[in-house]
Design a protein around this ligand. Structure first.
Ligand SMILES: [Zn+2]
Ligand SMILES: [Zn+2]
Length: 274
């Protein structure tokens, strides 16, 4: 069994309306690409900030710019017109846990993917006016705050999967010196006390850092804490489905991971990789 659960049916760009991307023809393109990689288990996890309902949770200017689509229509499309698993990529916004939980409670997801994309108002993986590195971001501080938030996200209990867990390395520059486990440690209590699966994402291989998310030491710490693995590509285009999966599966095998998390209506089971 191979999974690709963290899929977006469209790029993070202007002029990507649901009418063009939330269609059976587009889903068919994703299915075909998945078949070529031997991936049977597929699900979508659109960004919460693309839906108007997100503004009940957080009013960040970036969200205000993007929150235009109808969440119920997305859910209806996936459930009624596709055989994809239904997920959503929901940010962890400290202090807004209740609001996000309310939004999530309105639908019956197969899984909820939790992401830390922002530290306060600053973006971890976005260049431009919100970029956390646009001023003199101190790597020690940014990394510490990032992993604190990641641990809190796990502990919140809102998420089935912790997405791209060490996203803070995305740009491959201004990395802290020395053994990075001092940062991973900050998230590990929250992760150990949670029931969350840890996403191994091949998206990092497409980014400047050129590595899988997460770092091997981070994953080993999560495995030690008893957490299972969820495998995804974070594709935003059909040709990114199953991206570099051969590499990821080999890497997981080396580390001793033999099973992947499979989700249905927020129940998780483990199936052998294959
Ligand atoms: Zn993300
Ligand atoms: Zn994503």
């Amino acid at each position: 069994m191979l999974t690709d659960y963290h899929l977006h049916l469209r790029p993070d760009e202007d002029d990507t309306p649901p009418s063009r991307y939330f269609t059976q023809a587009n889903v068919e393109r994703y299915r075909e690409a998945a078949s070529e990689h031997g991936i049977a288990e597929l699900g979508v996890a659109e960004h919460v900030h693309r839906f108007t309902r997100a503004l009940d949770v957080w009013q960040h200017p970036f969200w205000k710019r993007w929150a235009v689509d109808d969440l119920d229509e997305y859910v209806g499309f996936v459930r009624e017109e596709t055989d994809l698993k239904l997920g959503i990529e929901a940010d962890y916004v400290p202090g807004r846990e209740d609001r996000m939980a309310n939004l999530l409670d309105d639908h019956e997801w197969d899984y909820v993917v939790g992401s830390v994309h922002f530290i306060r108002d600053d973006a971890i993986d976005m260049r431009g006016e919100w970029d956390i590195w646009r001023t003199s971001g101190d790597p020690e501080k940014v990394w510490a705050t990032y992993f604190d938030a990641l641990g809190e996200a796990a502990r919140s209990g809102m998420y089935d999967v912790l997405a791209h867990p060490d996203l803070v390395k995305v740009w491959g520059e201004r990395l802290p010196d020395g053994d990075l486990r001092r940062f991973y440690d900050r998230a590990m209590d929250g992760i150990a006390e949670s029931d969350v699966a840890i996403e191994v994402s091949t998206a990092g291989l497409r980014k400047p850092v050129g590595e899988l998310y997460p770092n091997r030491a981070f994953l080993e710490m999560c495995l030690e804490a008893g957490r299972p693995v969820a495998l995804s590509s974070d594709a935003h285009l059909p040709e990114q489905v199953g991206y570099e999966y051969e590499h990821a599966v080999k890497w997981l095998t080396e580390i001793g991971v033999a099973e992947l998390a499979v989700f249905e209506r927020r129940e998780r089971r483990l199936e052998a990789i294959g």
